[in-house]
Design a binder for this molecule. Sequence first.
Ligand SMILES: NC(=O)C1=CN([C@@H]2O[C@H](COP(=O)(O)OP(=O)(O)OC[C@H]3O[C@@H](n4cnc5c(N)ncnc54)[C@H](OP(=O)(O)O)[C@@H]3O)[C@@H](O)[C@H]2O)C=CC1
Ligand SMILES: C[C@H]1O[C@H](OP(=O)(O)OP(=O)(O)OC[C@H]2O[C@@H](n3cnc4c(=O)[nH]c(N)nc43)[C@H](O)[C@@H]2O)[C@@H](O)[C@@H](O)C1=O
Length: 319
Amino acid sequence: MTSDAASSPPLLPPAARVFVAGHRGLVGSAVARRLAAEGCQVLTRTRDELDLRDAERTARFLRAERPDAVVLAAARVGGIMANSTYPVPFLEDNLRIQLSVIAGAHAADVDRLLFLGSSCIYPKHAPQPIREESLLTGPLEPTNEPYALAKIAGICQVQSYRRQFGRRYISAMPTNLYGPGDNFDPETSHVLPALIRRFHEAKEAGREEVVLWGSGTPRREFLHSDDLARACLLLLRAYDDETPVNVGCGQDLAIAELAALVADAVGYRGRIGWDTGKPDGTPRKLLDVSRLEKLGFAPRMPLETGIRETYRWWLHSGS
Ligand SMILES: NC(=O)C1=CN([C@@H]2O[C@H](COP(=O)(O)OP(=O)(O)OC[C@H]3O[C@@H](n4cnc5c(N)ncnc54)[C@H](OP(=O)(O)O)[C@@H]3O)[C@@H](O)[C@H]2O)C=CC1
Ligand SMILES: C[C@H]1O[C@H](OP(=O)(O)OP(=O)(O)OC[C@H]2O[C@@H](n3cnc4c(=O)[nH]c(N)nc43)[C@H](O)[C@@H]2O)[C@@H](O)[C@@H](O)C1=O
């Protein structure tokens, strides 16, 4: 599973040049910070400079730059409502980006690539905690099926380049993430930044109730983006197998419990209501992270601290 055989080149050379696709996003920005802190050279392009859905331009860019490795953290991403409202771009943008970047990396003879998937690739009712082996064993959660199918195609693409061409491409499946640089738009974001914003605005306006989506009973696992970035570095350096690797913290909580934590961090003291007309999504999504733990990973950021730091970041970000 791991490979640092003396005969083969290192999976990630010291001071490697790494193209981080999606470097302005939650994940890409954390990965770029981590790579730079560890002495790597980070190569970036904004979406205006290079739309990664454009296969020809992406291939040309990768051939010209020939990085040592690619981290594919560019994607069409969003919370439960964005996924269910815009299924077409969640399917098509992600398929296009993956086709451009993964095929383009191979054509440019880039031998190392990390593809970021998501825990939503697993069946809606997968046994908990979810092992990597649960992939393709049951029906998906309908609210994010197009996105999940695109991500499953990405995993298959990575595995196919390994099998047919011997490429050292790998996939990581992160749990729900949060941190600085997240999307705080109340309609399209994930739950944690949405709650920070909703509670903050209610506190500022002196409102007595905030109504959240769904029943509050679904359970989710949250990992800080800096912890994810450390996991990505570990995988780039030490993992070389076709099985995707789950990335999480190994603990989950109900959305109602998360709401209480966020309200406390923000200082909102009013009531919390639930709009059960809004979707709950998957009832539970807790990853089995034993594969990653065997490589030496342990998360560092406690959820309460991470929420407080992310709230502070957002207050000062002006976003
Ligand atoms: N956030 C989460 O909770 C989770 C995320 N993941 C995975 O992590 C990865 C990154 O997600 P995250 O950082 O949260 O997402 P963000 O939305 O924060 O960032 C996505 C990045 O992709 C870029 N991008 C999107 N479309 C294009 C395009 N056509 N051409 C070039 N760049 C593009 C965006 O550019 P721009 O800045 O210009 O918009 C942005 O920098 C995704 O693969 C996602 O599936 C997995 C599990 C959970
Ligand atoms: C990472 C993952 O993210 C998405 O899946 P999700 O985990 O269901 O995402 P979410 O963060 O949007 O919601 C989590 C829970 O929280 C509840 N909830 C309450 N109040 C708000 C609220 O105000 N906003 C949001 N977004 N959710 C809320 C919401 O009803 C749900 O029960 C996937 O589409 C997929 O893209 C994916 O991979």
